[in-house]
Design a protein around this ligand. Structure first.
Ligand code: ADP
Ligand code: ZN
Ligand code: MG
Length: 478
């Protein structure tokens, strides 16, 4: 098995976050009642005329520049003809031989170091509607809200060699698209989905093997599983003297297997021709230059800054820079509280953990960078302990407001009054004579136990540093 190499190329579709559709002024928002965001143009009525949304071109050019593509000053739209019930026009308006962006690359981290994954092209096109199966009456219902939502399709060269590399590539691409704010990249809503092309070949072979394609995959987990399953299936077929046929497969999440859907139509079947209802897209140097100059700082550059200026670890810098929302939170909060180490720790540990538990994306974080900064300040000033800080963070996720307000309301202000601390210490000592004896006998752990008891009794409100000192002093005198 191991003398085979897996070859993967991706066609990634990203829905653009323009306010309106690509050829009409219907809104693009997700989740509305079926067929409430439609008009004669996006319903494909005969005689209607599309008008290209300029923002779509701008967003696609942005994506091209951010992925090191060349931008074509001379581009056009084409019709790709096929019948499908969710595409009433019976053609898609896409780009065939003159895409907006070509020949770029994205750099990913692999075990063997950095690797450039080449991007063949990025083009613009319209999304199709959706078929909803009617469980009650049987049959399918057509919802055209999504018809005409603008897409960019990002086609990679077959440069990827493992499921791991594919995951890295997709994460990087997603993070770049989020940074430049051209797509919300919500995979669970289908805003980012990938057609995954897989083939295998004997190591050392020059020619690629025949590929199969799994369409519209929208979770990292299924993509990784599907590639692993499909490449092993292909190897097994070849090892048994069989042949791989170029076809479209369906990945079934439940059985963890791929199934044949249809044989691959030849590209010519689509009968591409230039879209006669739209003019060619001509871009000036100034137009492209202007978009280039206004690109925000990209993840790789931020990561470098975090490594060099903040001395974050490689792992922390990777996590924080991978999401624009985390990176902004990190930078803004650090600036306010002047303690980037603490902010880094909150983001990497507790905030990441809570996001995981709640299955939330960084951009769904409900509190502001100022609120996080104030939490750090309260701990730094000794107003609250860091264990109370964790409770404040939980509150910030539940019902975000100023941390000062939270601790006042909840009575969480740290006990730092010397008299009060002394009283607590004496109480705990009285109740734990064995610990005193242990300490005297040289068991240092007894101190930690006593501090722990005091924290427990005060529900984490006592100042731990003062407790420590006071216990030591009292123990010395006994
Ligand atoms: P389409 O699927 O629309 O016919 P292409 O022929 O341009 O489009 O190929 C689509 C994708 O398939 C590209 O991302 C490319 O990298 C990938 N690909 C092409 N050949 C192979 C192969 N032998 N193995 C794996 N991926 C491949
Ligand atoms: Zn419309
Ligand atoms: Mg394809």
């Amino acid at each position: 098995m191991s003398d085979y190499e897996v070859v993967i190329g991706l066609e990634v579709h990203a829905e653009l976050s323009t306010k309106t559709k690509i050829f009409c002024s219907c809104p693009t928002s997700f989740g509305s009642e079926p067929n409430t965001q439609v008009c004669p143009v996006c319903m494909g009525m005969p005689g209607t005329l599309p008008v290209l949304n300029e923002k779509v071109v701008e967003y696609a050019v942005k994506a091209g520049l951010a992925t090191n593509c060349g931008i074509s000053k001379d581009s056009k739209n084409d019709r790709k003809n096929y019948f499908y019930p969710d595409t009433p026009r019976a053609y898609q308006i896409t780009q065939d031989d003159k895409p907006l962006c070509e020949n770029g690359y994205i750099e990913i981290d692999t075990n063997e170091g950095k690797k450039k994954v080449r991007i063949l092209r990025i083009h613009i096109e319209d999304d199709a509607g959706k078929l909803n199966h009617d469980e009650l009456r049987g049959g399918s219902l057509v919802d055209l809200n999504r018809a005409g939502v603008p897409l960019i399709e990002i086609v990679s060269e077959p440069d990827l060699r493992s499921a791991k590399e594919v995951e890295e590539y997709l994460r990087k691409l997603k993070s770049i698209l989020e940074y430049i704010e051209v797509s919300d990249c919500k995979m669970e809503e289908g805003s980012l989905r990938a057609d995954v092309n897989v083939s295998v070949r004997k190591i050392g072979t020059k020619e690629f093997g025949t590929r199969t394609e799994m369409k519209n995959m929208n979770s990292f987990r299924s993509i990784v599983r599907a590639i692993e399953y499909e490449s092993n299936r292909q190897i097994e077929v070849l090892e048994n003297g069989g042949k791989i046929y170029q076809e479209t497969l369906r990945w079934d999440e439940v059985s963890g297997k791929t199934f044949s859907m249809r044989n691959k139509e030849d590209a010519q079947d689509y009968r591409y021709f230039p879209e006669p209802d739209l003019v060619a897209i001509k871009l000036s140097d100034e137009y492209i230059e202007n978009i280039k100059n206004n690109l925000p700082e990209l993840p790789e550059s931020r990561k470098q800054r975090y490594l060099e200026e903040c001395k974050l670890s490689e792992k922390d810098a990777n996590i924080i820079s991978s999401s624009k929302y985390l990176a902004d939170l990190f930078e803004q909060a650090s600036k306010i509280c002047n303690n980037y180490k603490a902010v880094n720790n909150w983001i990497i540990s507790d905030i990441s953990r809570i996001l995981n538990e709640k299955e939330m994306e960084p951009k769904d974080i409900p509190f502001t960078s100022k609120e996080l900064a104030n939490l750090v300040i309260l701990i730094d000033k000794g107003t609250i302990s860091s264990s109370i800080g964790k409770k404040v963070l939980d509150e910030l996720f539940e019902n975000p407001r100023n941390p000062e307000e939270i601790i006042k309301e909840k009575g969480w202000i740290q006990i730092s009054d010397e008299k009060a601390i002394k009283e607590i210490v004496l109480n705990i000592l009285e109740a734990n004579p064995q610990s005193i004896a242990d300490f005297k006998a040289g068991k240092d752990r007894a101190l930690g136990f006593l501090v722990g008891q005091a924290m427990k009794q005060t529900k984490g409100k006592a100042n731990p540093k003062m407790l420590n000192e006071m216990f030591l002093e009292e123990l010395k005198n006994r």
